[in-house]
Design a protein around this ligand. Structure first.
Ligand SMILES: *Cc1c(COP(=O)(O)O)cnc(C)c1O
Length: 356
């Protein structure tokens, strides 16, 4: 059963959140790129323009998560991810705005210099408490590596007499201090926001293409699509894990989201959760020639910058899906630009060597 847009929005609006970003984010047709590819009409949902600390999908999630932090009486937020993490930067910026102290555990999952550049520079300017740790290159951070240090940091914060809130990586999986899938809930609402925009432009999308990392974005979009426009396919382009691992993560988060929203629909893992892992390249955070070319092509055609870790990879996937005929002429595609552009700078050597 499909739901009406306004009922669905009302259900989500019932979840409290703080005011952190500019909504709705713009949506625009990529005229030049659509023409160049000669296939579908390609639109871009500009979630890189949320307006908090260089923008991105994590700031949508943080409107709900920061409210949860305040409601739980915490004054310190602890989270973790990779050295150049967009999530950690956005968390630190959002925390600062609400007088919460950010502690970031950053893992060296790529061969980038440990210098203040890109998001790490912004973390430093924000006076985040930064703890850098070793990790396996090209992989997402493993939970075993995280648990021990989190326990130490939580202990220290309590010793100082403060109250910590541990936010799960990417704000996606129900875990740590977050007992509802707040990140995915924000993306179910983002789906409704996008649909209002496309409907006023006279269409419903056939495909949504976006980068998938910790799974919350895809889970939210999948719930939104299933409830509102079940013929729209959500294609999550994995940036780090195999299809099986991510499909299960996204499915779990999506189920939790349906429960939290009390929306009466059933999701099927095989039919509703599409994760593509063919575009991983050499692994998480490792930029390739293809990704560099996609970043350049979108900048040259549209004056828009993608990022090296997520949206650049997702765009290589979109190009391929058009070239191989999966997405056809006449189809309408919305590409979610989920942000991350501050990470272009620490990739300067690799980018220039691929593009020279
Ligand atoms: C985190 C991130 C994603 C992936 O979102 P998830 O909800 O973690 O799957 C995509 N793009 C950018 C730029 C990100 O920072």
């Amino acid at each position: 059963m499909t739901h009406s847009l306004s009922d669905f929005q009302d259900k989500i609006q019932a979840f409290p959140r703080v005011d952190l970003i500019h909504l709705p984010t713009p949506i625009q047709k990529l005229e030049n790129l659509s023409k160049e590819l000669g296939g579908p009409d390609i639109y871009m949902k500009r979630d890189d323009l949320t307006g908090l600390a260089f923008g991105g999908n994590k700031s949508r999630k943080l409107e709900f998560i920061i409210h949860d932090v305040l409601e739980k009486g915490a004054d310190v937020i602890i989270t973790w991810a990779s050295l150049q993490s967009n999530w950690c930067l956005q968390t630190a910026a959002a925390a600062r705005k609400f007088g919460i102290t950010p502690i970031l555990v950053l893992f060296k999952t790529y061969e980038l210099p440990e210098e203040y550049d890109g998001n790490l520079l912004l973390d430093f300017i924000l006076k985040a408490d930064i703890k850098i740790r070793e990790a396996e290159v090209g992989k997402v951070v493993k939970q075993e590596d995280v648990d021990e240090i989190l326990e130490e940091v939580v202990f220290e914060v309590k010793e100082w007499g403060h109250t910590p809130y541990v936010a799960p990586i990417g704000g996606s999986m129900v875990s740590c201090s977050m007992d509802k899938p707040l990140g995915a809930i924000s993306y179910a609402l983002a789906y409704a926001e996008m649909l209002e925009q496309t409907e006023s432009m006279g269409f419903q999308p056939d495909y949504i293409v976006h980068a998938t990392g910790s799974g919350g974005t895809q889970a939210g979009l999948a719930v939104g699509a299933k409830a509102l426009t079940p013929n729209t396919q959500i294609l999550g382009i994995s940036v780090s894990e195999d299809k099986e691992t991510f499909s299960q993560d996204v499915f779990t988060i999506a189920q939790d989201t349906l429960k939290a929203l009390d929306v009466d629909i059933a999701l099927n893992k095989e039919e509703d959760i599409h994760v593509l892992d063919e575009y991983l390249g050499e692994g998480y955070g490792i930029i390739t020639k293809d990704v560099s070319d996609a970043i350049r092509q979108v900048s040259v055609k549209e004056g828009i910058f993608l990022d090296p870790v997520y949206t650049g990879k997702a765009m290589t996937a979109l190009f391929d899906l058009v070239n191989n005929g999966t997405i056809k002429k006449g189809d309408k595609v919305v590409f979610f630009h989920t942000g991350g552009t501050a990470a272009l700078f620490p990739y300067k050597h690799k980018l220039t060597s691929f593009l020279e």
